[in-house]
Design a protein around this ligand. Structure first.
Ligand SMILES: Nc1nc2c(c(=O)[nH]1)N[C@H]1C(S)=C(S)[C@@H](COP(=O)(O)OP(=O)(O)OC[C@H]3O[C@@H](n4cnc5c(N)ncnc54)[C@H](O)[C@@H]3O)O[C@H]1N2
Ligand code: MOO
Length: 295
């Protein structure tokens, strides 16, 4: 092969300014991939590059996992929609918006069933409607604890949910409940916005990954940019920022631990998993963390 630029035509005669090189500028057959080669493993999260290789390999279609249909329900007499002129005893409901955004890429559809007040009959009717929609996953927030307005668990049981667990040794997120109703996975998340998001990251995202056949991303082990305080008897999923220092990435713990504090969570990239009774760690110590944004 000799390139056009290295050839000069003079009538019927062609002169070359460079010698021919065998195989130069020729792509051998099977150079990119060969017959029988696996190009995409099961459980692959399809990126644009995966779509390119599949199309290049002449695949007219791909078999993919069906994404689950997810239903969301917020509960609480005090809740109102964003944009409302607030009364003194009202709180803006943020959980369903946050969860919809968090879980969107795992879901075929996300249906927001709105806000239900703390009334047992109302909860029964409206949750029955949410189940009638036959979601693969139903997520409630609020009313998960032990107060007299915390009615969600009783109503879920009335509606045929078989409870798997309720209350776990983590913070935030202690009152998390999980059960099933037929094929529907039912997650009852605590109402506190940080607790709701942290339990969704720690429990719902792995459940959805398993549903889709996608492997869990590995946890990170990174040095602390500042010390952590001692922990209680509950495993702490501590908000932290990923900070790039000259020595590499580090984790800067966010000192705010209030489970209603959304603005601190909005600044976090990672959750440090601080073990039960951890005495606290010095700056520089390596700690385990999970990425909030990981698929
Ligand atoms: N006696 C006990 N009380 C509490 C315990 C306990 O073990 N014993 N646990 C505490 C913990 S930890 C948490 S977390 C909360 C969670 O309780 P609930 O799930 O019943 O949550 P609510 O009382 O409904 O709400 C708590 C808080 O969050 C606000 N909220 C609720 N829904 C939303 C929403 N969709 N968007 C934004 N904010 C929301 C709600 O207005 C409250 O301020 O229980 C503790 N109590
Ligand atoms: O679990 Mo609660 O989430 O500690 O506030």
């Amino acid at each position: 092969m000799i390139m056009q630029e290295e050839a000069q035509r003079d009538g019927d005669v062609v002169r070359f300014t460079a010698p021919a090189r065998l195989g130069h500028s020729v792509r051998p057959k099977g150079n990119d991939f060969a017959t029988g080669q696996t190009l995409l493993e099961p459980g692959t999260l399809l990126t644009p590059m995966h779509i390119a290789v599949a199309a290049a390999a002449n695949a007219a279609g791909l078999t993919v996992a069906r994404r689950p249909r997810i239903g969301l329900v917020a509960t609480g007499d005090e809740l109102v929609l964003p944009g409302t002129s607030l009364g003194p005893d009202q709180i803006v409901g943020s959980n369903s918006f946050a969860l919809a955004a968090l879980l969107k890429s795992y879901a075929e559809t996300i249906t927001d069933h709105g806000i239900i007040g703390d009334d047992i009959d109302l909860l029964r009717t409206r949750l029955a409607e949410a189940f009638a929609d036959e979601p693969d996953v139903l997520i409630t927030t609020g009313g998960a604890s032990v107060g007299e307005h915390d009615l969600v668990q009783d109503v879920l049981k009335d509606l045929g949910v078989s409870l798997d667990f309720w209350r776990i040794n983590m913070r935030p997120g202690k009152p998390l409940m999980f059960g099933t109703r037929g094929k529907t996975l039912v997650f009852g998340l605590p109402g506190n916005p940080v607790s709701a998001m942290v339990t969704a990251i720690v429990f719902i995202k792995p459940a959805l990954r398993a549903w889709l056949g996608y492997a869990e991303p590995p946890h990170w082990h990174l040095p602390l940019a500042a010390p952590t305080p001692p922990n209680t008897a509950r495993r702490h999923f501590m908000r932290a920022q990923l900070v790039f220092s000259p020595g590499g990435p580090t984790l800067l713990p966010i000192t705010q631990t209030d489970s209603g504090h959304t603005s601190s969570l909005s600044k976090a990239d990672m959750l440090i998993t601080q073990p039960e009774h951890d005495p606290g760690q010095k700056a520089g110590a390596k700690v385990e963390a999970l990425s909030i944004d990981a698929f």
